[in-house]
Design a protein around this ligand. Structure first.
Ligand code: UD1
Length: 360
């Protein structure tokens, strides 16, 4: 079975790694990794391949940045000949980024079966590009690998036959479980004991200068309570530069995007995480660390109902009070969701082999 993986953006790589590892152990499987080039800075891409011990991509489509249409279309145009020539038996796509949708569409139209890893998540907020990517990818997919039961329910509601849906658990957590023993914070904050760890990159939080300013003001206030460590995504960095750097005296420390194991170490030891990332809502739930999500909704409701996540809404003014409340509350006993156990990649490999022998 020739499995071709399409990935492109940072959160894809943590999901790709366990599937590649699990399939590498199967003698009947050959793998090709196609990187779209959606993320191209070393610190957004190459560093992760190293940290996650992934083989280098076989193909890089080098599409780079652009509007949604430009980026999605560029991946489609450049991927089509790769799939036509390589004729994989199945194309696997991951998560909800533009490269995910582009990969699924091209493969489906070439009548190559598509597997979607992290299928079925829904925020029900169609203003988020990721929500459109998820729904359309799931529609195009033949095998849908879900991380949680709520995802199965979403797919059932949309009329996707249960025979295509495989509840396998959370691949992101496979990577966490494997690399947690080797997680190490950046040297300059090693030993720091009580801090808030921040990442923000959603257009809804960072693109509008006035909104970004409100976020910074709120973080300034949090900074009076405890040190704030902020790992800054390139999109956010550009926006920060655009509104001008300010003279901070409150101990907010800015970092570049962090390699996976450093990010994990900073989450594990944080008093609180403030984020708009999807993956970090899951990672903090597994680690039992309080997470404040600066969004109006989440496609990962299990992190709220079972985990440590609180959806604060897009009201940065609420952050200081939310931080205080979390710091004063007794820690909640961590409940790890079903099948977030480090073996989702193996279950995907099992499902793929069973599917392959059923059609061969
Ligand atoms: C993308 C995903 C988002 C995911 C995020 C994780 C989509 C629609 N969005 O958002 O779901 O949470 O990745 O990081 O696919 N840039 C660089 N260097 C890079 C990559 C990007 O400087 O290596 C800058 C460019 O200015 C670019 C901007 O970041 O225009 C946005 O990059 P893009 O891939 O379009 O979206 P993200 O915001 O990263």
């Amino acid at each position: 079975m020739h499995v071709l993986h399409v990935v492109g953006a940072r959160p894809n790589f943590m999901k790709l790694a366990p599937v590649v590892r699990a399939l590498a152990g199967r003698s009947s499987v050959r793998q090709t990794i196609v990187h779209s080039g959606q993320h191209y800075d070393a610190e957004m891409s190459a560093v992760f391949f190293e940290d996650l011990e992934l083989p280098r991509p076989d193909v890089n489509l080098e599409v780079g940045s652009g509007s949604h249409a430009e980026q999605t279309a560029a991946v489609m145009l450049r991927l089509e000949p790769v799939l036509r020539d390589g004729r994989p038996d199945i194309v696997l796509v991951y998560g909800d980024v533009n490269s995910t949708l582009a990969g699924a569409l091209v493969a489906a139209k070439l009548q190559i079966p598509v597997g979607h890893v992290e299928a079925g998540l829904r925020s029900f907020d169609r203003t988020m590009p990721e929500e459109l990517n998820r729904r359309l990818t799931d529609d195009a997919a033949d095998l849908l690998f879900t991380p949680s039961r709520d995802a199965d329910e979403n797919l059932a509601r949309e009329g996707i036959p249960a025979s295509r849906v495989y509840f396998v658990g959370n691949v992101m957590i496979d990577t966490l479980v494997r690399l947690l023993p080797r997680a190490e914070p950046p040297a300059e904050v090693d030993g720091l004991e009580r801090y808030a760890f921040v990442t923000l990159h959603r257009p809804s939080n960072v693109d509008d200068p006035a909104t970004l300013q409100r976020v910074l003001d709120a973080l300034d206030e949090v900074g009076r309570e405890l040190p704030v460590l902020f790992a800054v995504h390139p999109r956010t960095r550009r926006r920060l530069e655009a509104i001008g750097d300010r003279n901070r005296d409150n101990g907010m420390r800015l970092f570049p995007p962090l390699p996976y194991r450093q990010c994990l170490a900073l989450q594990r030891a944080a008093a609180v995480v403030i984020t708009d990332s999807g993956g970090m809502q899951e990672e903090t739930t597994f680690l039992g660390v309080p997470c404040l999500t600066l969004r109006d909704n989440t496609e990962r409701p299990i992190t709220v109902t079972e985990g440590t996540n609180i959806v604060v809404g897009r009201r940065p003014e609420r952050l200081p009070e939310a931080v205080r409340a979390v710091l004063q509350a007794p820690p909640r006993p961590a409940r790890v969701p079903e099948l977030w156990d480090g073996h989702a990649g193996e279950r995907i490999a099992d499902a793929l082999e069973a599917w392959w022998s059923s059609i061969a």
